[in-house]
Ligand binder design. Structure first.
Ligand SMILES: *[C@@H]1O[C@H](CO)[C@@H](O)[C@H](O)[C@H]1NC(C)=O
Ligand SMILES: *[C@@H]1O[C@H](CO)[C@@H](O)[C@H](O)[C@H]1NC(C)=O
Length: 254
């Protein structure tokens, strides 16, 4: 009797051990992916997010346009693990991509760069075979973005006109949270103004304050029941900001 109880207990424990990784596993959503028809391996520098060349070359060129996941620009910069499901061609892990553009084609959630699309293959050759297919069935899951040795960077958009019009994008944001609002604060007077998205993920203000500026970001809550929270950079944007220049915020989100 005592022995059989022990056996049952052990069986129960091994079942628990077997199940717990499955419970913790990321849940994947089924969809389809295609790829950019351009001749470049990368994404496009004209992406709707407004990232310009950063949006094509980021993450080694493993970037994507999204349709519903674009979320009016909130989805810009979000990272997804995308893996195709054909067992003859596709690797288990697929590829991690960053959303930098808006687009859809024939029921796809992603239009990947060719580089990213081919990387879903088990080998270089199967990657080429995938490209020949044109589109594939996939599964995807939101994952954390990771930019080792990078701080969040404020890139002043080339459309800015000093000192009357300031537009910028936020680059290299790590983690799994969305930036849902942005404030521009005058660091001397500590007055802050909520900014508008001018397009994609470009934040803009007419007649920006004169003086050192700080860009505060409101981050969405994640699924672990934490609240929305403001992230405040360590470094200011200098008084004499210039269009096209990137400023290191001195901080990162982990
Ligand atoms: C494509 O991306 C790679 C990796 O970031 C970069 O080195 C290369 O310059 C890009 N090519 C173009 C045409 O932008
Ligand atoms: C990131 O910011 C910190 C200051 O908070 C600085 O010490 C570090 O050099 C920065 N890292 C890079 C890669 O610029």
């Amino acid at each position: 009797m005592a022995l059989s109880l022990k056996v049952i207990f052990l069986l129960f424990m091994s079942l628990l051990q077997f199940q717990s990784p499955a419970i913790a596993a990321t849940s994947f959503i089924k969809s389809r992916a295609a790829y950019y028809p351009n001749s470049e391996q990368n994404g496009t520098a004209d992406g709707a997010c407004g990232y310009r060349s950063y949006g094509a070359t980021l993450n080694g060129g493993d970037v994507s346009a999204a349709s519903d996941l674009y979320r009016n620009g909130v989805g810009c910069g979000a990272c997804y693990q995308v893996r195709c499901t054909n067992i003859n061609y596709c690797s288990d892990n697929g590829v991690t991509i960053v959303i930098t553009d808006l687009g859809s084609s024939g029921g796809t959630d992603f239009i990947l760069s060719q580089h990213a699309f081919a990387r879903m293959g088990q080998t270089v050759d199967t990657g080429k075979s995938l490209l020949d297919l044109g589109w594939v069935d996939i599964e995807y899951a939101r994952v954390s973005c990771s930019y080792p040795n990078k701080n969040i960077t404020i890139k002043i958009d080339e459309s800015s006109i000093y000192p009357d019009y300031l537009a910028f994008v936020i680059e290299y944001q790590q983690g799994i949270k969305d930036i849902i609002a942005v404030q521009l604060c005058e660091t001397v007077s500590l007055t802050c103004k909520l900014l508008d998205r001018s397009r994609g993920t470009v934040w803009a203000v007419v007649s920006p304050p004169t003086g050192p500026l700080s860009v505060r970001m409101l981050l969405s809550s994640d699924d672990d029941n934490d609240d929305e929270s403001w992230a405040t950079p360590i470094n200011d944007i200098p008084v004499n900001w210039t269009p096209g220049t990137s400023y290191d915020s001195g901080m990162q989100i982990n």
